[in-house]
Design a protein around this ligand. Structure first.
Ligand SMILES: Cc1ncc(COP(=O)(O)O)c(C=O)c1O
Length: 362
């Protein structure tokens, strides 16, 4: 007898990147590198660390349920009002909050087939209908998504740049997509990787938030500022949307240390600059190395690369573990011949290529 709610029986759990310590134990290895969760390879922002140390003795108190100081800082950075911001325990939680706040029982969401799995999983957990649309050339197919929209569609989730392909949709494509959409349809731009973008045609989504009532942007401190372990992200949206997301959110969803660390990190321009530089250099190194190996990959606007290993990607992933290199297998994303590698430090990228050559017998 299954005691769980019926709709949960078919939901496949989210598979996170394998933790370093677990792989060390499994293979009796002393030195393992993780290039599996698109984390910041440089560690946390030093300014965030200073703020955490300074505030450690205050954790007997509950965090500010309104996250005032962090919101004030974010409002300055983005030139928006505090009423445009919702803080989340990672942007993961904000996806959950969006589904809880806006999607009725008989309504559904649409997203891409090859995208961040949490849109689908969270919606399924809430028993909401999920429609997925295949990628076109590893990109969100916004035209096909638009065709699938019906009166029962409540939210469209767009990961931009897209995890796991690293592709992005442009300003022009977004304008075309938004033209003539129903006003009661919410469009969520998940911009977890926006700091790695160095192109001119990336959508100006903040302007959309200022001008439209049905747009939500999600951002995170996990990737850019190296705070994945603290769990802190935020949404930018019209105050009418924020109001309902605030009702749904747990009062102390963002812990105190995450709040002070994120506030300090926003001042850490030096760290952000260094991060961008290391990712760009790493990306170029990996492109050259993969080209030399004759392996195809999807050019990435983010801090990871989707690689076509031309054989069972899950097997390659398992073999890489033996060399102490954790990457991501793409089975759950329906990309069977692929692995995804997060861009690491120079040494990590070199080690990844050495291990890949051994596994693929180059
Ligand atoms: C597209 C996308 N959105 C959201 C997240 C979750 O980020 P957070 O750590 O803020 O929950 C990830 C994490 O990998 C992601 O790839």
């Amino acid at each position: 007898m299954v005691l769980a709610r019926k709709h949960l029986i078919k939901v496949a759990p989210y598979q996170a990147g394998r933790p370093i310590e677990e792989v060390k134990r499994q293979f009796a290895l002393r030195n393992v590198i993780k290039l599996a969760s698109n984390e910041n390879p440089l560690g946390p922002s030093p300014k965030a660390l200073v703020a955490i140390k300074k505030n450690l003795h205050l954790i007997n108190r509950y965090p500010d349920a309104n996250g005032f100081y962090l919101k004030r800082k974010l409002a300055q950075v983005f030139n928006v009002s505090l009423a445009n911001i919702v803080l989340g325990n990672g942007s993961d939680e904000l996806i959950d909050i969006i589904v809880k706040a806006f999607v009725e029982k008989d309504e559904g969401i649409i997203t891409s087939e090859g995208t961040f799995l949490e849109y689908k999983i969270i919606s399924q957990v809430h028993g909401r209908k999920v429609t997925t649309v295949p990628l076109r050339n590893f990109k969100y197919d916004l035209e096909a998504i638009k065709k699938k929209i019906n009166p029962k569609t409540k939210v469209v989730f767009i990961s931009n740049p897209n995890n796991p392909t690293g592709t992005y949709v442009t300003q022009y494509e977004i304008e075309e997509f938004l033209h003539d959409l129903p006003e009661d349809l919410l469009v969520v731009f998940d911009e977890a990787y926006d700091v790695f973008i160095d192109v001119d045609d990336f959508p100006k989504s903040l302007e959309l938030v200022r001008n439209q009532k049905n747009i939500i942007i999600l951002k995170t401190f996990s990737k850019s500022f190296g705070l994945a372990g603290l769990r802190i992200g935020y949404a930018l949206a019209h105050p009418q949307l924020v109001r309902y997301m605030e009702i749904v959110r747990q009062p102390f969803n963002v812990n105190f240390l995450a709040q002070v660390a994120a506030e300090a990190a926003l001042e850490d321009k030096e760290f952000l600059k260094k991060t961008r530089q290391v990712i760009l250099e790493g990306k170029n190194y990996l492109y050259v190395a993969l080209n030399k190996m004759g392996l195809a990959y999807v050019p990435s606007a983010a801090n990871f690369i989707l690689i076509d290993v031309a054989r069972d990607g899950a097997r390659v992933f398992r073999q890489m573990l033996k060399y102490g290199v954790i990457v991501r297998d793409m089975q759950q994303y329906g990309l069977k011949d692929f692995i995804r590698v997060s861009i690491g430090t120079k040494e990590e990228n070199e080690r990844f290529i050495r291990a890949l050559k051994k596994v693929l017998q180059y």
